[in-house]
Design a protein around this ligand. Sequence first.
Ligand code: ADP
Length: 255
Amino acid sequence: MMEPIVQYINVHKSFGDTHVLKGIDLDINPGEKIAIIGPSGSGKTTIIRLLMTLEEPTDGDIYVAGKNLWKIEKNGKKLPANEKHLASVRKDIGMVFQHFNLFPHKTILDNCAMPLIKVKKMKKNEARDMAKQMLDRVGLGDKYDAYPSNLSGGQKQRVAMARALVMRPKIMLFDEVTSALDPELVGEVLEVIRDLAENASMAMVLVTHEMDFALEIADRVLFLDEGVIAESGTADEVINKSDNPRLQNFLKRFR
Ligand code: ADP
């Protein structure tokens, strides 16, 4: 058996009185590609924000590469994570958001080189070389010196992916990365994700409304409904063959 790269163990998350995640148990294998589907408000974004350490679980544990994200485990005791611990676990995780979160006053190249310089303490030249390689990979080899405001939404999203990829994460998280894009720009972004799914060895978790895309690239699809994983299986099992009425009802919108 492979050691899972990610493990959620009975994870709960509440915001005030709103109980958003109600006991999530989930193992993700190294290299596995997972799509999370489900109605708006079901907790999809919260699941991946927890993994990115942008939110802390109310209860339960999340392990990444064997390390508890939120707790320092020592001699059978669990102590609250400090910034140093969080920084070390974050190194394995990359995330791309719906809105690109690029630095507007930096060139595309500097946007991508910066995390290597700041977090990995890499030399500037070395960082820029790596950033160039990633920008080439996402098809932006001719845009090193452009600023985010000069790019289309699809190009910005590809920069955001390159910026996450330079860190060589073991897991990449994609939160509805195409939903803020004009329809004609969706394809170029999906194409990059498809290339990564086929050729990169990292695990990927995508929150997506692109059912055909999920069918095409996901090893496993999770249907999240009111804070629980209501269905889990191959894309074909979940999207084409499940008789769960709530899932059927959700999928109607995409047919
Ligand atoms: P989804 O991604 O499936 O649409 P989310 O994970 O974004 O769902 O949100 C699930 C629920 O949690 C929603 O009801 C949302 O309003 C609530 N929620 C998410 N983040 C916060 C927050 N920071 N504060 C309060 N409520 C939140």
